[in-house]
Design a protein around this ligand. Structure first.
Ligand code: NAD
Length: 302
């Protein structure tokens, strides 16, 4: 592969947009596609790259396909759907880099099916919200069975992320991502519960976050989500409650499928599913704190 990789980028959403823009800015030949009619064309015009509406057009001449889609079901549809699937148009040797947060077992199944067509699948989900996607400083956890393929895509990953961490064979990146997110999701949920309880007792939520964030309860969300999103009422981190509930569910299901006791993951996934369903599509994950507190009759707003 030349240093100018020929990339098909599918899923031009909150994360895919800045990621694709960084690849274009780094000089790669990027062709965009999204299920929303007209969206890829508009984004391609803004970024100065090409777009494609049909799978044949999208696949033509591509060495790498990047998917940044909601979940494994969408990745499967994008690759294998009878009408719109890309796989039958790709040349053998093409690499699918699934950077979505997908379910690890589904990734292994899809990878085996694509291997029959000569397509190599790598899972490379990311951590870091939209600002780190813009900066190209994501953490990328990589699951891969083919070290040569990983070296081929490394220059592309280096545009998108600051830390590229191989974590095992195909599916391990997706398992790692779900496990990271269940930790983060549970920290958020227990912090919200503590604020609800504290406020009902007479404590000030903003003062509580100041204390927790400089004490042993400190976590990512006490440093960012609570001061910036929850306590301001902004609730616009760019990561939806639906996507976080999906990740929590993947982690809980992973433990269940391995027949491991994981009561916290199970409870957390259930809490997140309830919040995502009640808040509706598009609601930010940080809106869950307000939702849970309101169930106890507590308003976290200042
Ligand atoms: P998003 O909903 O903003 O974007 C997804 C895009 O995919 C949309 O533009 C949608 O139209 C498109 N799409 C859906 N199905 C499609 C299909 N079959 N073919 C073509 N396009 C299709 O989601 P996002 O926030 O960008 O997240 C993408 C992935 O990254 C998810 O798996 C998410 O869990 C993960 N993630 C998100 C964040 C974040 O902060 N938003 C951070 C880390 C990881």
């Amino acid at each position: 592969m030349s240093t100018r990789a020929r990339i098909a980028f599918i899923g031009i959403g909150n994360m895919g947009t800045p990621m694709a823009a960084n690849l274009v800015a780094a000089g790669h030949d990027v062709r965009l596609h999204d299920a929303r009619p007209g969206h890829a064309a508009a984004q391609a015009a803004a970024m100065g790259c090409s777009h494609a509406d049909s799978p044949a057009q999208l696949a033509e001449g591509r060495e790498i396909v990047i998917t940044m889609l909601p979940d494994d079901a969408a990745v499967r549809r994008a690759m294998l759907d009878e009408a719109s699937g890309l796989a039958s148009h790709l040349a053998p040797g093409t690499i699918l880099l699934d950077m979505s947060s997908s379910a690890p077992e589904a990734t292994r199944t899809l990878g085996a099916e694509l291997a029959l067509r000569g397509i190599v699948m790598i899972d490379a989900p990311v951590s870091g919200l939209v600002p780190r996607a813009r900066e190209g400083t994501l953490t990328i956890m990589v699951g891969c069975d083919d070290p040569n393929a990983l070296e081929t895509v490394r220059p592309v990953l280096e545009v998108l992320g600051e830390r590229i961490i191989p974590v095992g064979g195909l599916g391990c990146g997706h398992a790692m991502k779900a496990l990271n997110n269940i930790v983060a999701a549970t920290c958020f949920a227990i912090t919200a519960e503590a604020l609800m309880t504290g406020k009902a007792f007479g404590l000030d939520p903003a003062r509580m976050i100041e204390v927790i964030d400089s004490s042993s309860g400190r976590n990512f969300h006490t440093a960012t989500s609570f001061p910036n999103e929850v306590l301001t009422g902004r609730e616009a981190s760019g990561f939806t409650a639906a996507l976080l509930a999906k990740d929590a569910g993947i982690a809980a299901e992973l433990a269940r499928s391995l027949e491991l006791p994981a009561p916290l993951a199970t409870a957390s996934a259930r809490q997140w599913r309830a919040a995502a369903d009640a808040l509706g599509a598009g609601a930010d994950n940080t809106a869950a704190a307000r939702f849970w507190a309101s169930a106890g009759g507590v308003d976290l707003a200042p």
